[in-house]
Design a protein around this ligand. Structure first.
Ligand code: ADP
Length: 166
């Protein structure tokens, strides 16, 4: 049985993340989505909220579970007995970052292999940070996230006014 982890901040989960999770779930016996509890970026959602939002979005995938983790991602992989780490690639800057992280992770644990899945065309511009910015400025984000995530985002930005003419 091959288990894989899909680690990230998921602040919040987007349809781009879910596309990668769906495809990875079809490749591996078990996929464990790891929500990193303290990334070095400003977070909008708490760890518990980020986990809950993903859990609700993957209920249709029986071989996927969601959990938070702290510390090194390779230690998380070892803890859940996963040999593979899945990441998504959008643009060349993602590749450079993933390549650097992969080399560091290989240095820390030779047994964990990185598998990168290319984004689907419709999600290549989609990141959690741009999504939050667009939502805060009143942009329509309904096609970019599941319904419950759009609702959670709108709750975080209650003062946001509708754009003129929308
Ligand atoms: P991190 O802070 O670890 O980069 P993210 O939540 O931003 O966490 O992303 C988790 C993973 O999902 C990363 O590998 C990222 O490249 C990938 N990802 C994010 N958005 C997309 C998308 N639209 N298409 C494909 N992969 C994506």
């Amino acid at each position: 049985m091959t288990s894989a982890i899909y680690p990230g901040s998921f602040d919040p989960v987007t349809n781009g993340h879910l596309d990668i999770a769906n495809r990875a779930a079809a490749l591996f016996d078990e996929l464990i989505i790891g929500v990193y509890d303290r990334p070095s970026k400003h977070l909008l959602f708490s760890t518990e909220e980020r986990v809950d939002l993903i859990k609700k979005a993957v209920t249709h995938l029986p071989n996927v579970r969601v959990t938070s983790y702290s510390g090194l991602t390779v230690d998380f992989a070892r803890e859940v007995k996963a040999k593979v780490m899945v990441r998504g690639l959008r643009m060349s800057s993602d590749f450079e970052r993933e390549f650097e992280m992969a080399l560091m992770n290989k240095n820390l644990d030779r047994d964990v292999e990185l598998v990168c899945l290319m984004t689907s065309l419709e999600f290549q511009f989609l990141s959690s940070s741009l999504l939050k910015e667009a939502c805060e400025l009143g942009g329509d984000i309904n096609d970019l996230v599941p319904k419950h995530v759009a609702a959670a985002l709108k709750k975080k930005f209650p003062q946001t006014r509708k754009r003129v003419g929308k």
